[in-house]
Design a protein around this ligand. Sequence first.
Ligand code: BDR
Ligand code: CA
Length: 348
Amino acid sequence: MAADIPVVFDCDTGIDDSLALLYLLAHGEVDLLAVLSSAGNVPADVVCANNLAWLALCGRDDVEVCLGAAGPLVAELMTTEDTHGPWGIGYAELPTGLSTRSQRDAADAWIEITTDRPGEVIGLVTGPLTNLALAIERDPLLPSRLRRLVIMGGAFHHPGNTTPTSEWNIAVDPEAAAHVFAAFGRDGAPTPIVCPLDLTETIVMTPDHLARLAAAADSSPIEQPGIDDERGTRSVASNPVVAAVVDAVRFYFEFHADQSEGYIAHMHDPFAAAVAVDPSIAATMSACVDVELGGTLTRGTTVADLRGMWGRDPNAAIAVAADADVFFDDLIERIAHLARRAGSVSDS
Ligand code: BDR
Ligand code: CA
């Protein structure tokens, strides 16, 4: 299959960012042009190391990895090791030091890659929007050179996961998010597809999905983490990609269980990756989206004007519905295929 979907992936890896990266690597039609590292779940240099490590594990040292800004435009950086583990990848231990990051920074990569390929590139952001905001500040015409932009972020008619009304990626750098939304909806820029918590919290991974992944990857034993397992139990899976995924996601299951959400994990970022590749998997609703920057209780909250009360043009297509089962079938099949390939290379 020809790789004709060129993607720039900006992320704060992150457990679910990790699965999004694996999904993109696994997808035969995706040409992954660069992986840009933003400060968020963990500091930017740790995110960068995680991206390099996943690529090394999958034998894809050819993909460019760029470091992004050390922190948000205005706010102090907050990170969330409670959610993603001390190094952002749960209990996974990945190969280190096998490849080096690019010399160019993430914002320059956004500018230069879209300049080289105007109208072709699909941008996917699953972390704070800091790098993209900096890039747009340096080069205001950048939005009009994108073919598509997909953002995992925001919560509209749904509780936040960082404050009562704000979602993590927006809450970490509200100014960056506001800047990015303001740059779209005009000058021929494509309307970004926004995947908010309202929808991504319906994309629920369960231990059974990991068992299905192991079986499909011909990995043994078929492991199924459970709530009664000792915390931090490590995978003994024969396939190294499956083992790393199980170790990473086990931490995410434990985090969600601690939040009284059950022994599950929300797959926000892999879902956004799937939308970036094929937007038809999600129904969307057009709106003007802006970000609250000043509220004492609501800073970082995304607000969607669905009724045109602000008199402003729509600048977002908010993803509102999708079939989670179809998504998981696709995710499992693709990552299993990637794992089989990576496993056979590591055996030889
Ligand atoms: C988002 O926050 C991060 O912790 C996840 O990686 C995801 O991108 C969900 O709110
Ligand atoms: Ca993320």
